[in-house]
Design a protein around this ligand. Structure first.
Ligand code: ZN
Length: 494
């Protein structure tokens, strides 16, 4: 079917029909992690949000080139142009090469993303691998008169740019507001204006990450990498640029200015932003004591967590909110999500045990409408919570079928299985999670232990027929029972 996908464009502040510039090809760039610490919840949401978009575009037949970068230089401690580079600081404190720090946390990020069912992007460029492209970008902006050199650093001339273009169009602010809200920091003296941002920073002697440039040794400003690498891999004009809402200003605002100042027009067609995550109603932060890494969620090893939450529970929880709404993490909410996910996965398993009847009450009219409703929700700016609510309604039907309260035709049953495969696994990217079924596994083993205890009692009472029956029936089900000197052992041969 032809899918008319509408997505909310932060730039125009409206839902727009998605029309790729060069169908069937789609170019998509998402700001990736700064690799100086363990991945946490704040990393999970954009990764999962744009994973859904990536999956859905591919499902609709597009050939998607998905670029998600690794920021391994230039991200200073403050979102202004001062402070120490976060990776360099970690390296200095731990006496490591900066690249050791970046590599270590990049691998940790990859493992966490894989656990969350996030597909790897098509290209994952590192900022440090694209210093030349960033220097070229700075040269172009300088040549076009929108930047100036000051004490070996290059700054973007925001006021000059704003005379011909509008700085602040993405975040919907005007320059005067930006000027009034700019913090005065020590060392801004080399800028012509407080709001100017660094394109290239002169490296101080103690700086351990520095490269030669036409302006001496230094390192790129944080905003240049995404403009330079987006253009390198997706071209001067591409479809989608995404990231968390916290990146709208200044990062993406600066990216727009850099693109226009260098090439004369905008690079990106649709800007998309996911909303933020709070924990018990509070922003997540190291100083607030509610900073929880993904690994701590997966192991339950944090004082704020009642229990471990599987990666799929985290994914499902994030998908139960629309990506533009805030999400608040609490133990209660996560437990509810785990139950919801189990309900969905149980229903999918039950589907295989249902037998169809020729004149079943549930027919293809039902499944066609279910499929349409799920697509309709996805096409409405990736409304995953609505897709999930439609799947839950279908779970109710599956339970009725299991309890023989209703019947289904063979083709409707096949279609129902296909719908769950498409939406639960292919598009929402869920999977049957071993961790999520732990309680059930424990219950199964306790039941087997109980049977074997009864068998031991029977043997003690010389009731050979009961003891043989238990052993033979378990063996027929695939269980291997062994009597050893230390007692009875069993395992399931699959
Ligand atoms: Zn970026």
């Amino acid at each position: 079917m032809e899918n008319a996908l509408f997505i909310y464009n932060t730039l125009t502040r409206t839902k727009e029909l998605f029309k790729p510039l060069n169908a069937p090809h789609v170019g998509m760039y998402v700001c990736g992690p700064t690799v100086y610490g363990d991945p946490h919840l704040g990393h999970a949401r954009p990764a999962i949000t744009f994973d859904i978009l990536f999956r859905y575009l591919k499902h609709n037949g597009y050939k998607v080139r998905y670029v998600r970068n690794i920021t391994d230089v230039g991200h200073l401690e403050h979102d202004a142009d001062e402070g120490e580079d976060k990776i360099a600081k970690k390296a200095r404190l731990e006496q490591l090469e900066p690249m050791e720090v970046a590599e270590y946390y990049t691998l940790r990020y990859h493992h966490a993303m894989e656990a969350l069912g996030v597909l790897p992007p098509s290209i994952e460029p590192h900022a440090t691998g694209h210093i030349i492209e960033q220097i070229e970008l700075v040269k172009e902006i300088l040549a076009n008169g929108y930047a100036y050199e000051s004490e070996g650093s290059i700054y973007f001339d925001v006021e000059k740019y704003n005379q011909n273009h509008r700085y602040g169009k993405l975040s919907n602010r005007n320059l005067q507001d930006v000027i009034n809200n700019s913090r005065t920091l020590d060392g801004v003296g080399e800028k012509h204006n407080q709001v100017d941002f660094a394109l290239w920073k002169k490296a101080q002697p103690q700086h351990i990450m520095r490269w030669p440039s036409p302006w001496g040794y230094g390192f790129p400003g944080w905003h240049t990498e995404c403009t330079a690498m987006g253009r390198k891999y997706l071209g001067d004009h591409f479809d989608i640029h995404g990231g968390g809402m916290d990146l709208v200003f200044p990062h993406h605002e600066c990216e727009i200015a850099q693109a226009v100042a260098s090439q004369g027009d905008e690079m990106v067609h649709y800007w998309m932003h996911n909303n933020m995550i709070t924990i018990n109603g509070q922003k997540m932060g190291k100083s607030l004591g509610n900073f929880i890494t993904l690994e701590q969620f997966f192991t339950g090893n944090h004082e704020k967590l009642d229990e471990a939450y599987s990666p799929m529970t985290i994914r499902f929880f994030i998908l139960q909110a629309h990506y533009r709404s805030t999400v608040d993490f609490s133990n209660e909410a996560l437990k509810a999500s785990r139950k919801g996910l189990e309900r969905l996965m149980d229903a999918i398993k039950q589907l295989n045990n249902i037998s169809a009847t020729e004149n079943g009450e549930i027919d293809k009219a039902y499944t066609a409408s279910l499929r349409d409703k799920c697509y309709e929700a996805m096409n409405d700016d990736l409304n995953t919570p609505i897709v999930i609510s439609h799947l839950f309604e279908a779970c109710h039907i599956i339970n009725q079928l299991t309890d023989k309260q209703t019947t289904i035709t063979p083709d409707a049953l096949e279609e129902l299985k296909a719908i769950f495969q498409t939406f639960s696994f292919d598009i929402l990217g869920l999977r049957q999670d071993a961790d999520g079924n732990e309680e059930r596994e424990v219950a199964y083993s306790k039941a087997i232990d109980l049977l074997l205890e009864i068998r031991q009692q029977a043997k003690a009472n010389k009731d050979w027929s009961t003891s043989d029956r238990i052993r033979n029936e378990l063996s027929a089900l695939g269980f291997e029972v062994k009597d050893t000197r230390d007692g009875v052992t069993w395992k399931l041969n699959k």
